[in-house]
Structures are given as C-alpha cells and as structure tokens.
Design a protein around this ligand. Structure first.
Ligand code: APR
Length: 169
C-alpha cells in the first residue's frame, strides 16, 4: 500500500531514498528543480549523467523515461531523472507526463527505494497547467503497482500545493 504525502518546500532539502529530478533529455542540467538538484547534489550527479550520455543514452533520455544516478551530497541514495513533456494546447501529451511518474516508480522498484520524493514535473519551464498536472500525477501514482511505501509530492509554492491537495483530498 503506497501512501501519498504532500509537502511544501524545496525538494533538495528532503530526506528520501530517491529524489526525482525534472530533467531535460540532455541530462546535463538546467534551471528549476534540475538546477537545484545539481547545485546541491554536486559534481558526482553530473558525472554519472555524463556517463549515461556516453553509454546507454547517447541521444539523451527520451521524454517520459526515467534513469537513476547517485544522489551525491543530497540526503538521498539516488536521484531519478525523468524528462517531462512540454505542455501543448493542441497535442494531448498527458500519457507522456503520466509515464514520468510510472517510469520513475519502476526505476525506484528496481533500486529497492521505499520513499520517493517527486516535484510537480513539467509545471515550470515546461508550462503544464498545475491543476491538470496534479490530476495526472496523482492518477498515475495511484494506478501504478509499486513496492514504494511513500510517494511524497514536494511542491515549491502554495498554488502547486493547493492543486495537489485538491487531487489527493
Ligand atoms: N524544489 C521543489 N520544486 C521546485 C524546486 C525545488 N527546489 N524548484 C522549482 N520547483 C518546481 C517549480 O515551481 C515547478 O512547479 O518544480 C516544478 C517543475 O518546474 P521545472 O523545474 O521548471 O521543471 P519542468 O517544468 O519539468 O521543466 C524542465 O526546466 O530546469 C529545466 O533542465 C530543466 O529543461 C528542463 C526543464
């Protein structure tokens, strides 16, 4: 039975077995969560991302997929990097966003992670409306069989927190 919890705060300050990064396909860092995780996780995280680019993911990590690296200096054992879809008003990419959560849980199960912290994937630079993103996130987690015991959504601001609270209420 997986418990869903909500926290308002900075995901890089969370203690969890795995912290999920809202990455881009390059895996080489960026702004938002990505920037914060690399800043606080330190060079070991980027070093492993580079190794992934030099091996399994030569062309980058496709949207909707997930891959784990060390968490470096973060208070976690792993970072699970996943690439959210950019929001499109004309093309329904909901399944790609749901896939980020499903695939991250699959990777967490492979690792044996029992607690996983997620940001609100795609709701920043990728402009996904947070209410809809929260609905997709909660639905995806609730419909994915996993051994993960706690899924913690870590929301950076009040608006995102309220949106997720409405979906998990
Ligand atoms: N902790 C928790 N949540 C955060 C943090 C943080 N430290 N920083 C930002 N957020 C929130 C944002 O407010 C937003 O709600 O995470 C959500 C996702 O925003 P982004 O980090 O912009 O991620 P995303 O929209 O998926 O865009 C990914 O942005 O940073 C680049 O390299 C990244 O190209 C990729 C793109």
């Amino acid at each position: 039975m997986t418990t869903l919890t909500l926290v308002q705060g900075d995901i890089t300050r969370q203690h969890a077995d795995a912290i999920v990064n809202a990455a881009n396909s390059s895996l080489l860092g960026g702004g938002g969560v990505d920037g914060a995780i690399h800043r606080r996780g330190g060079p070991a995280v980027l070093a492993e991302c580079r190794a992934l680019r030099a091996s399994r993911y030569g062309k980058g990590l496709p949207t909707g997929r997930a891959v784990a690296t060390t968490a470096g200096e973060l208070d976690a054992r792993w970072v699970i990097h996943t690439v959210g879809p950019v929001y499109s008003p004309t093309e329904d990419r909901s399944d790609l966003l749901a896939s980020c959560y499903r695939e991250s849980l699959r990777v967490a199960d492979e690792l044996g992670a029992r607690t996983v912290a997620f940001p609100a994937i795609s709701t920043g630079v990728y402009r996904w409306p947070v209410e809809d993103a929260a609905r997709i996130a909660v639905e995806a987690v609730r419909s994915t069989p996993t051994a993960v015991e706690e899924v913690r959504f870590v929301l950076f601001d009040e608006r995102a927190y309220e949106a997720f609270a409405r979906q998990t209420g």
